[in-house]
Structure formats: C-alpha cells, structure tokens
Design a binder for this molecule. Sequence first.
Ligand SMILES: C[S@@+](CC[C@H](N)C(=O)[O-])C[C@H]1O[C@@H](n2cnc3c(N)ncnc32)[C@H](O)[C@@H]1O
Ligand SMILES: O=C(O)C(=O)C[C@]1(C(=O)O)C=C[C@@H](O)C=C1
Length: 243
Amino acid sequence: MRYGEPDDLFDRPEVPVRPFEFDADVARVFPDMVRRSVPGYAELVGLAGLIARRVARPGTQCYDLGCSLGAVTRSILRHTAADVRVVAVDNAPAMVDGLRARLRDVEGADRVEPVCADVQSLSIERASLVVLNLTLQFIPLADRLALLRRIRAGLIPGGVLMLAEKVAVPTEQEGAFLQVLHEDFKRANGYSELAISRKRTALEQVLVPETIEMHEQRLAEAGFSRHCRWFQSLNFVAWVAWT
Ligand SMILES: C[S@@+](CC[C@H](N)C(=O)[O-])C[C@H]1O[C@@H](n2cnc3c(N)ncnc32)[C@H](O)[C@@H]1O
Ligand SMILES: O=C(O)C(=O)C[C@]1(C(=O)O)C=C[C@@H](O)C=C1
C-alpha cells in the first residue's frame, strides 16, 4: 500500500456521506489530508520532537497516542537518544499497518513499539512525554477526563503532556470567522466546495471540539500542576502540561 496519495475521498458525489472513520482509504491519503486540512500541522509535528528533546529522560518512554502513520513518532525519534523508547498507539488497524510500513527504513525504528489498541485501555508507565496530537477530539466527551488522569498518573515527575486540538470558539462572530478562514485554508489547498461540505458532515458527532477554557479546566482537574498554551493557528491550539 502507498500512503502518499492525494486526498480526493470527499470529492465523489455518488458515495453517500457516512460518519468519518480512520479506515484504509483514509490511511492511504492521510499525509496529504492532514497537511491540507490542519493549519500548522508541520509545526506541531516538528515541535513535538523539540519538546521530546527537552523532556525525555534516559530509560523512559514517550507515548504517541493516536499516532496515525507516525509523523510525531518519527519526530520524537529524530530528537531523542538511543535509551528512550517510543510507544506509538492507534486503534485503527490500517493506521498501525501504515506506521509499520513507514518505519521500515527509519533509523532508530527498533526503539518504537507500535501498538494497535484503544488509548483508553492502554497502560501508561515511565512516561517522560505523552503526545495527544489531534486525538483527544475523537474520544467520547465523557471519557476524556479519565484518559487525562491516567496519562498524568503514568508520567514521571517533570514529565509533560503535549495536547493539540481543534477547538470550538463559543463567541458567535469569532467562531464564524475562524470557521470561514479554516474553510478558506482548505480551499486554498485545493479542496472543492463539495469536499469541504461533505467532510464537515462526516466529522459531525465524530470530531467533537471543545473550548480552550474547557480544555484548560480539565487539565487542572486531571492533576496537571500547570500548563502553557504555546500554539494557535486559526481554530487549532496546542498546550504542554506538567505533572
Ligand atoms: C487526526 S489523527 C492524529 C494525527 C497524528 N497524531 C499525527 O500527528 O499525524 C487521530 C488518530 O487518532 C486515532 N484514534 C482515535 N480514537 C482513538 C482511540 N480511542 N484509541 C487509539 N487511537 C485513536 C485515529 O485512528 C487516528 O489515527
Ligand atoms: O476539521 C477538519 O475539517 C479537519 O479536517 C481536521 C482533521 C483533524 O483535526 O483531525 C480531521 C480529520 C483528519 O484526520 C484530518 C484533519
């Protein structure tokens, strides 16, 4: 399977729109899809590696939760030493197959443990870094706090969580403005009106964004002592949170 194909999944009017799923079709086009859909995606991936370089300690593990094809995993590998392991987890079999394929010629790939599992039932231990890059938004709302608490419990003292999410903007004018600009970003990246509208429908009830305030409140409730919001591009925001 090739994983670099152009994303035309939502350009087919004859295919009924169904709820978005990380299946083999999405895995095949994922690098193109995410680059053209998420403003700042390359920076998020690059910065995850730089954060790992600062916080990873010898003998500890970095977790890439909802790793898809492993862009963050590879970024962490590039910036960490041989005594740091990377646990790359996704519950979509097509993504984990793609991750393994894309790790084949990567230096240090023997430090990666690919895991096909639900992050909600994963044991997290000796973690110096946990990354949730655009993953928490797909976890049922009622389960998000419990997941963050388990992550917090699995981090070593001084360990950090990197969280990046699409956010909801509650104020009418600003919310509408950022949504329009995000759709302009997709248009500028070659997506058709049809594709933009069909994907919007497919993501409803599947990707459930929350406000910046809700995320920050939950980080505190999950036991993180402090957090820092370090990135925003349109309606995509990232934080680090410390144990
Ligand atoms: C938008 S993608 C993440 C992108 C990826 N982190 C990156 O930086 O390229 C969301 C991923 O989370 C995975 N995912 C969603 N819910 C999950 C769960 N409960 N357990 C494990 N993986 C999950 C999906 O299969 C998908 O690959
Ligand atoms: O919000 C959108 O329209 C998106 O396309 C965003 C998003 C994401 O944030 O995960 C949704 C699904 C794909 O995984 C790639 C990008």
